[in-house]
Design a protein around this ligand. Structure first.
Ligand code: IMP
Ligand code: MG
Length: 196
């Protein structure tokens, strides 16, 4: 027999535990859906005569990837890559270590890197160099969120969901300390939660 579903009250308590840490909702589920549908339609048009391979950078882009691939109406393949920044602290060093590499050789594919948020751009700039060296036919970036004023590396995304202010945001895949990824909307985290 199937395990009984969690009670509604129990679920509400769980989400309330997270909601207490949110300062404001930046993007509702409906707004996120609109953004994803728009990008999906654009990609479907742009890649209709290409051999699309979407590469999601774990873990932040998983929720976006899952929705985006279903908003794409042309054949596509997917793969995943996990990287981690070298060094400690909250600042990205720009040098990344590959934790999980792609399963698919890239020759002949039109690669679309799917990211949650483009911040300094250091991580993506490094990943881009590695993947370019493997000889895909083309390579572009699709990011759900962009914080352009924070950019350090010269990285440009072909597809951007929306620009966001320079605040720490969580939900819809984005985390703080591995938490809040399962919130269905995107919110600004209260600074006191991360000691800001
Ligand atoms: P970058 O190398 O500085 O561009 O790092 C981008 C990565 O930092 C993203 O893939 C996120 O994992 C993380 N990140 C940057 N800003 C935020 C944020 O506001 N909320 C959650 N994660 C963030
Ligand atoms: Mg992250």
């Amino acid at each position: 027999a199937l395990a009984p579903k969690k009670g509604v009250n129990e679920m509400a308590e769980n989400i309330n535990g997270m909601l207490d840490d949110i300062q404001e909702v930046l993007l509702s589920e409906e707004k996120l859906h609109e953004i994803v549908e728009r990008i999906g339609a654009q990609i479907s048009e742009d890649y209709k005569d290409k051999k699309l391979l979407m590469v999601s950078i774990l873990k932040g882009s998983v929720v976006f990837m899952a929705d985006l691939m279903r908003a794409i109406t042309i054949p596509c393949r997917i793969d995943f890559m996990a990287v981690s920044s070298y060094g400690s602290g909250t600042k990205t060093s720009g040098v990344v270590k590959i934790i999980k590499d792609l399963d698919i050789p890239l020759e002949g594919y039109d690669l679309l890197i799917v990211e949650d948020i483009l911040d300094s751009g250091m991580t993506l700039s490094y990943i881009l160099d590695i993947l370019k060296s493997r000889g895909p036919r083309s390579i572009q970036i699709c990011t759900l969120f962009d914080k352009p004023e924070r950019r350090q590396a010269d990285v440009k995304a072909a597809y951007v969901g929306t620009q966001v202010p320079d605040a720490f945001i969580v939900g819809y895949g984005l985390d703080y300390d591995e938490k809040y990824r399962n919130l269905p909307f995107v919110g600004v985290l209260k600074p006191e939660v991360y000691g800001g």
